[in-house]
Each structure stands twice: as structure tokens, then as C-alpha cells.
Design a protein around this ligand. Structure first.
Ligand code: DX5
Ligand code: ZN
Length: 227
């Protein structure tokens, strides 16, 4: 498995679903040049969230052309049924939504048994205490700072209390869990998020903004480490 290195440094994970989908191979190459820490691979099923996006066949093709860490976020109503397909297709980290899982503990176990990193994503309305008893089974928790479903939405500022509270809890309990922030991350909030305790910043619109992808990643990394 390609590792997510440097537990102390903030990691940048651009969301591929926000890239030019007709040029995915080139977009992946640019992310390699930009030395991103991971590619965030959003899967939407048209049920849990309104849109349908990329899924297993594209994940397999991305896996075939890159050794970058693939952080797969499945926004689907039936993670229990499709989890294994995404593990086989090449996910390094696999995050499912707690709101959709029937047997979340079993899913975490299945991900780890496959030698992959287990993650859970929480919608803005979901309290982190809902997964308190699963934390020993997790490598990553993704706190959504938008309602999932679309790139380029406005970052929900009131989630900052939740991020800070959760990060403090993990620190106090000595849980080495990556705290991934997903939704509306940009140059203006990256530093605050890092200070609150985020260790991975997902970015769609902030990276794929019509400008130079490599420079956008560098700018976001610089913003996240400033202050
Ligand atoms: C939201 C997705 C995000 C999103 C990120 O449903 O999970 O990963 O595409 O895009 P931005 O950074 O533009 O909010
Ligand atoms: Zn996502």
C-alpha cells in the first residue's frame, strides 16, 4: 500500500471528481508533479447524494497509472455491499459514511483485514461521539464541512467547533487518527483548519480552479503551514 507519510505535516489530498473528467490521466500526472500526499477519490451513487460520479472502473484505471495514495470516499447508501469492490479496485484508504452503514464495526474490520486504512466520514449533522467506540478500529475520520454531494460548495464554519473538539479528544486518548477535512477547503481557511487539528485537507475547487494545478497545490500547502 502506498503510505500516507509524515504524520506531523499537514497532508493535501485533491479531489479528483472536481478535475477535468475528460483529461483524468493528465490531471493525475499534474498531481504527481505537485507531490500531493494523496488523491481523494469521491464516489457518489445518485442515492446517498444526488449526483452520480466516478466509481470502480475509473478507480482501477487511476490505480494502474499512479502509485499515489488513493483516499477513496464512498458516498453511497450501501457501503456494506460495495466495500469489497473498492478495496479490490485499489483504494489505500477507504472511508464510508456512518449514516449509511448497517454494520460499521464489521466494515472497519474488513478494510483492515484487506491491509488497507479504514476510514469513516461524518456528515455535518452527525456528532463525532456516534463513532467514539469505533475509534480504535480507524485510521482516519473525515469530517465533512459541506453537505456531501457537490464540489465547490461553501465551507460550513460552524463545523470548526466539532473539528477542534474531536481533535482534542483524539489527542487526550492518544488515538493516532488522521483527521481529514472535506468541503470548501481554500487558501483562506487552510491554516485555521490545520491549527484546529486537521491532518489531511481535501480540496476540489481550490486545486482545480482553471489555473495551474501544481501552483494551486503549492499555494494551499503554504497556506496550511502558515500561521
Ligand atoms: C463533497 C466531496 C468533496 C468535494 C470537495 O461531496 O466529498 O470531496 O468534492 O470539493 P471542494 O473542495 O470544492 O468542496
Ligand atoms: Zn470527499
Amino acid at each position: 500500500m502506498s503510505k500516507l507519510n509524515s504524520p506531523t505535516k499537514i497532508k493535501i489530498a485533491p479531489s479528483l471528481a472536481a478535475a477535468n473528467l475528460l483529461q483524468l490521466g493528465d490531471e493525475v500526472k499534474k498531481l504527481e508533479q505537485a507531490k500531493v500526499d494523496a488523491i481523494h477519490f469521491d464516489v457518489m451513487d445518485g442515492h446517498f447524494v444526488p449526483l452520480l460520479t466516478i466509481g470502480v472502473p475509473i478507480l482501477e484505471q487511476v490505480r494502474a497509472v499512479t502509485s499515489l495514495h488513493l483516499d477513496v470516499h464512498i458516498m453511497v447508501t450501501n457501503p456494506d455491499d460495495v466495500l469489497d469492490d473498492y478495496l479490490k479496485a485499489g483504494a489505500d484508504t477507504l472511508s464510508f459514511h456512518i449514516e449509511a452503514a448497517r454494520h460499521a464495526h464489521r466494515l472497519c474490520t474488513r478494510i483492515r483485514q484487506a491491509g488497507k486504512r479504514a476510514g469513516i466520514a461524518l456528515n455535518p449533522a452527525t456528532h463525532w461521539q456516534n463513532i467514539e467506540f469505533l475509534l480504535p478500529e480507524l485510521d482516519q475520520v473525515t469530517l465533512m464541512t459541506v453537505n456531501p454531494g457537490y464540489s465547490r460548495q461553501q465551507h460550513i464554519l460552524s463545523m470548526h467547533n466539532k473539528i477542534g473538539e474531536f481533535a482534542n479528544f483524539c489527542r487526550a486518548q492518544n488515538y493516532a487518527i488522521d483527521i481529514c477535512i472535506d468541503g470548501g477547503v481554500n487558501l483562506g481557511n487552510a491554516s485555521t483548519l490545520a491549527q484546529l487539528g486537521a491532518t489531511i485537507l481535501v480540496a476540489g475547487g481550490a486545486v482545480f480552479n482553471g489555473g495551474n494545478t501544481v501552483e494551486s497545490v503549492q499555494a494551499l500547502r503554504a497556506a496550511a503551514t502558515a500561521g
